[in-house]
Design a binder for this molecule. Structure first.
Ligand code: GDP
Length: 191
């Protein structure tokens, strides 16, 4: 699959008709700084479509991008910058629960991005358990793989795979685009 067009549609923070227009939704979640926006930009071959978690105002909303006029990328706020307040964390939790449990969106999958250098953190474990419990389809993308040498890469990918045995782990680099083709295949199959 190739992506030929990707445009920002809107940011939402609660119920909105875009959720129910029948288009498939691919939600991107991950801790702040795992490279979520870099990864989305590498997938769509644009430098600035998705904004980094460091950008002001990136803590509240779900950003919807229309891909090839067919489906949406839904970019979650990055979870857990140290300076974020308890209030913001609570907002994030509510946003997740609302989108995944109460919104009744039926056609979707999740791309859960982890940092292959630091490995699985508490948020990642919770996310894996949460999505598994809800029976939501997800794939783990281990980003920043370009930072690891051969041995580290094998060791870290094995460790990540252990924490989500039944799910595919895709080594990825938003810098070299390694893993891009593999992730696009997963996305295409889910549509
Ligand atoms: P976000 O907060 O998850 O959206 O992360 P960003 O996309 O803003 O990336 C955070 C930092 O990691 C930036 O300095 C990026 O340049 C860097 N980064 C993102 N992806 C990669 C990657 O695949 N490899 C390397 N080496 N650095 C990356």
């Amino acid at each position: 699959m190739t992506i030929t067009s990707a445009t920002f549609v809107k940011s939402i923070n609660g119920t909105d008709k875009i959720l129910y227009d029948g288009k498939f939704q691919i939600a991107f979640v991950g801790r702040s700084n795992v490279g979520k926006s870099s990864l989305i930009n590498s997938l769509v071959h644009q430098k600035k479509l998705a904004r980094s978690s460091k950008a002001p105002g990136k803590t509240k909303y779900l950003d919807f991008f229309l891909i090839d006029n067919k489906f949406y990328f839904v970019d979650f706020p990055g979870y857990g910058f140290a300076h974020r307040s308890a209030e913001q964390r609570e907002h994030f939790r509510k946003l997740m629960m609302w989108y995944f449990e109460y919104s009744e969106v039926k056609r979707r999958m999740v791309v859960h991005i982890v940092d292959s250098v630091v490995g699985i953190m508490e948020f990642d474990t919770q996310m894996i358990e949460y999505l598994s419990k809800l029976g939501i389809d997800f794939v783990i993308v281990a980003n920043k793989i370009d930072k690891l040498n051969h041995e580290q890469r094998i060791k870290n990918i094995e460790a990540i795979q252990k924490s989500c045995i039944d799910h595919q782990v895709i080594p990825y680099s938003a810098v070299t685009n390694e893993g891009r083709a593999a992730l696009l295949i997963v996305i295409e199959k889910s549509l």
